[in-house]
Ligand binder design. Structure first.
Ligand code: KG4
Ligand code: ZN
Length: 375
């Protein structure tokens, strides 16, 4: 079956076509246009700008993804959570295509997409940049001619053994989700204030480093000493599986304020900046790893999945892998390829696939689907 995935929950306009046959997958198209560079000028996401860019990009991105693909069998779309005006662009387009093509429409929660992204084994794409206004389209897998699309290069989908624990870490969410089966989710813990990606973004802003903060802070952290500054580890021993990251961010703010009394940020030597980034990053990671391991033991899970934009963080990936290896005998850890950690439509198409298997979708006459920012 061929599934068209559409993802417009924030500042990425993503469309993908995923072909699945007997538990193996093949990427026929994966196109992402992003307004992130434009958002960076404002120091963060401006919802109205994100939505306007979604409107501008959605048709060209769909056209690029469907180049040489004659038809699809299903359409899967993110209906939430996210920015309501951005979400609506994808949802209305998906409803329209579903109606015109007479193909079933599958609604997907953005966060379940992040969970399943770890199952797309060995999928690497070479980023082909094409000029697209001030942005870029990253595209891959669009066959040059139709004969190429017939060439078989299927990869096996990774398997999950249940119960499974998913740690979702993104710009909007930090959650521990217990899964008894595909599509069966129970949130057992979540952040009570900032999401961890949001904390990275805010710390980058405090330090004057730009947006989005995660990639910049983690890069600078590589040159620093994570033990140099002792930032707090909020709720690390709270006895539940919730998180809090705003306190770590505030500690960075106070330290920066104190340092600024003596010198301006520009006068700091690189080492100061590197050490703050490394120490901040480590405080966040310690809490995430400790709580994930605790929950995994308590619920006797067989698999741990990491997903979401912050899953691109190399230190988080290696610290979690190390802890699982040392403390959880026989538990499998699934981590997505770095290029599938950010928002993309392949993960939405794949989440759609599990719903198709369970026959959880509306038929094409079902036009009641709505975007839901708090899904
Ligand atoms: O999943 P995502 O692309 O969008 C949301 O659904 O929110 O996540 C974006 C978040 C941003 O906060 C960004 O700063 C963070 O992921 N991020 C990182 C790294 N790369 C992206 N955070 C820490 N380290 C990274 N390497
Ligand atoms: Zn996301």
């Amino acid at each position: 079956m061929k599934i068209l995935g559409i993802e417009t929950s924030c500042d990425e306009t993503a469309v993908a076509v995923l072909k699945i046959k007997h538990g193996s997958f093949k990427v026929l198209a994966n196109v992402i246009a992003s307004s992130v560079k434009l958002q960076a000028k404002y120091g963060g996401i401006v919802p109205e700008v994100a939505a306007r860019k979604q409107m501008e990009y959605i048709v060209p991105v769909i056209e690029a993804a469907l180049k040489n693909i004659k038809s699809v069998d299903y359409i899967a779309v993110t209906t939430g959570p996210g920015l309501i005006t951005s979400l609506r662009v994808g949802v209305e387009v998906a409803k329209t295509l579903s109606y015109v093509w007479r193909k079933p429409l599958i609604t997907v929660n953005h966060l379940e997409g992040h969970i399943y992204s770890a199952l797309l084994n060995n999928f690497q794409f070479s980023r082909r940049r094409q000029g697209f206004g001030e942005q870029a389209i990253f595209s891959e897998g669009i066959p040059k001619d139709s004969s190429e699309s017939l060439r078989d290069n299927f990869q096996t989908l990774k398997k999950i053994n249940f119960p499974t624990l998913a740690l979702i870490v993104s710009g909007g969410h930090t959650q521990l989700v217990l899964m008894k089966d595909y599509l069966k989710y129970k949130i057992i813990g979540e952040t009570l204030d900032d999401a961890v990606g949001e904390a990275f973004d805010k710390v980058a802003k405090i330090l004057g480093l730009g947006y989005p903060g995660g990639p910049i802070v983690s890069k600078l952290a590589e040159g620093g000493d994570a033990n140099r500054i002792r930032f707090p580890r909020p709720m690390i021993n709270s006895g539940d599986y919730n998180f809090s990251f705003s306190g770590i961010k505030t500690a960075v703010l106070y330290l920066t304020r104190d340092l600024k009394k003596k010198t301006t940020v520009k006068q700091w030597n690189n080492e100061t900046m590197y050490n703050i980034c490394a120490s901040f990053q480590q405080a966040c990671i310690d809490v995430l790893v400790v709580k994930t391991i605790k929950a995994a033991k308590k619920y006797k899970v067989k698999t741990i999945i990491l997903g979401g934009g912050v899953a691109a963080n190399k230190k988080l990936r290696s610290d979690l892998a190390q802890s699982v290896k040392e403390k959880l005998d026989k538990v499998a850890l699934l981590i997505p390829e770095i290029n599938l950690t950010g928002d993309n439509a392949l993960m939405i198409a794949l989440a759609g696939y599990y719903k198709i298997k369970e026959k959880k979708f509306s038929d094409f006459s079902q036009m009641k689907v709505e975007a839901n920012l708090r899904l």
